[in-house]
Structure formats: C-alpha cells, structure tokens
Write a new protein. Structure first.
Length: 326
C-alpha cells in the first residue's frame, strides 16, 4: 500500500510522467482505502498542472472542519445530523462560510467549460454544476466519515447517501441540496427500461468506480477538447476496466475513433474511395469501432440527446435561473 501511494505521488510530481500511468496507479489502489480528494486533485492536475495539490487538500480539510465544528454536541450524533450540518455549512449563508454559500453556476448552460469541473475552481468561485458539486460534497463528506459515494443518471452526477434511518441508499442532489428517490430521477430524466434492467444508472459506485468517474467527467472532455484521440483511447481503456458499465466513457471512446478518422483520413482523403488500398483496413476498423462503442452504450440504456431534449433542458435551466434570481 505504501509503495503504491508513493508511486502515485511520484508520478504526479513529475511533469514527464505519462498521464496514463498516473490514472492506472490511481485505479489500482485497494478498494475501501482510496482518498477520494487526493484522487480528484490528481486527475484535475492532468487538466491543469498549475494546481497546488497541498493547497486544495487544505481547503477540503478546512471545509470538513467547519462542518465538524457544527455537529451536534452529542458525540453519538447520527449520520443524518452530521449530513445536515455539512449541507448547511456549504449551502446556507452564515459565518461558517463568510455568508458566501456554494451555489449553481448559470453562466455555462451545457457545462462546456472544463475548468469549471476542477475542485480548485469550485472552491475559488463557490459556483458549480452537476459535475463538480456532487464530487466536492463527496470528498468533503469522506473526511467526515459519512456513508457517501457517487452514482450517475443520464448526463448527470449524483451523490448517494447511506441513510441509516431508512436502511437504504438515497440520492442527494448536490446542485439543489435536496434528497430524491430513484423514481424521481427515472421519471424526470426519462431513464429507459434498458438502463434500469442493466443497472446502468443510480447504483452506488465503488471507490474505484468513483475515481474512474472523476476521469470520465473531467479528463475525457479535456482530451476531446484538445482532439487527443490516442489519450482518449488509453484513458477509456482504464476507465472501462474499472467500470464496464460507464456508458459515457463508451461514447468518448467512440468519439476518439471518429477523431482518428478525421485526423488520418478525412483531412487528406475527402471521399472514402480516395483512401489508398493499404490504409482501408484501418479506416474500416476505426469506422466500425466508432459505431460499435455507441451501440454498446445504447444497449445499456444510454440515449443521445436530440434537439428537443436540449431545448427541454435549456428551458428548465432558464426557469431555475429566473427562480434563483441570477
């Protein structure tokens, strides 16, 4: 264990260390002993190497300490009471957060700014969306010993809370600080039967799956933004080993093959029939992989948004923005 941790932090401290190696080492950590805050920051530094790891870790610890100071005086306080203290510490204005609670960022409707998914950015701005808000809540909650993990819904990240009163997992919606049953997400997000049957969404993640999700949510969009197809393939290979049901990683993998087609073929051969005979097998393989990875995601219940879905979401986004007075 100690050797593995040393290897991880050596890798992240070397500018020349391959990011694939760092991600592999993160995902090889023993289940149940992963420091999720460190894992998230390590992945964030792959997007922005200027991030000060120790400084961000201190902020995680400081927010945990602020919440802990507001726990009920009874030493045997329930997890529910501790959870309530953490929620109010982050989301309700007061001296504990200098009257600057964390809130929703309405400046980027479709979450296209990769930097806004970084923990350091969230702490600095105290504004976030459905990628960073649940992740931040999770890593702070882990410091407090709360029974929390991650899960996903279509185009959405959610915190799972092990509710001791109900003896079951429930969903904490970090963008609104409210709790919802699975059925609420199934109806609101129109989760298809295939996804429910395949346990694709809303199941509690292992720690390794949560770390893989951090990479899917921040690292893969960064790679795609820079059109780094090979890095996307290397990362999705590791992510899908950790979580074979990560439908979003599957679509990113499909995108990587399409990027390879654009970079190696379309730029030089506008028509498929112009591709030299000795390169056609590679072109056909890339095209097949592009199609098949999307097909695999769809078989597990993933659905690509169409214009109507995007318009419906935008209408909801604008309604919430108006209600929030932003």
């Amino acid at each position: 264990m100690e050797l593995l941790i040393l290897a991880i932090w050596a890798a992240t401290s070397w500018a020349s260390a391959p990011q694939e190696t760092t991600l592999r080492l993160l995902l090889q950590q023993p289940e149940g002993s992963i420091d999720l805050a460190r894992a998230k920051i390590t992945i964030d530094r792959m997007v922005d190497p200027s991030i000060d790891t120790d400084a961000v870790l201190r902020e995680v610890d400081e927010w945990a300490a602020k919440a802990r100071a507001r726990f009920p005086a009874n030493a045997s306080a329930s997890n529910k009471a501790k959870m309530d203290a953490l929620i109010s510490t982050l989301y309700e204005p007061g001296p504990w957060n200098d009257n600057r609670p964390f809130g929703y960022d309405y400046t980027d409707p479709f979450g296209q700014d990769v930097k806004k998914g970084l923990l350091s950015t969230y702490f600095a701005t105290r504004k976030g969306q459905c990628v960073i808000m649940p992740i931040a809540f999770l890593v702070i909650g882990q410091r407090l010993g709360l029974p929390l993990t991650m899960t996903t819904a279509p185009y959405h990240l959610i915190v799972k809370y092990g509710d001791e009163e109900q003896g079951a997992w429930t969903n904490f919606e970090a963008t609104s600080a409210l709790f919802h049953a699975d059925s609420g997400y199934e109806q609101a997000l129109r989760i298809p039967l295939e996804a429910t049957r395949n346990d694709t969404f809303l199941r509690p993640f292992t720690q390794r799956e949560s770390v893989a999700l951090f990479a899917t949510a921040s690292l893969l969009p960064y790679y795609r933004q820079n059109k780094w197809a090979e890095r996307m393939l290397a990362a999705t290979d590791l992510i899908l080993q950790a979580n074979p049901r990560d439908v979003n990683a599957m679509t990113f993998r499909g995108d990587a093959y399409y990027l390879l087609i654009e970079q190696q073929f379309k730029s030089e051969y506008p028509q498929a029939e112009q591709i030299p005979q000795d390169l056609r097998a590679t072109y056909i393989d890339y095209s097949k992989q592009n199609f098949e990875w999307y097909e695999k995601a769809e078989a597990l219940g993933w659905r690509q948004w169409g214009p109507e879905d995007r318009q419906r979401y935008l209408q909801h986004f604008n309604n919430m923005k108006a209600k929030d007075g932003s």
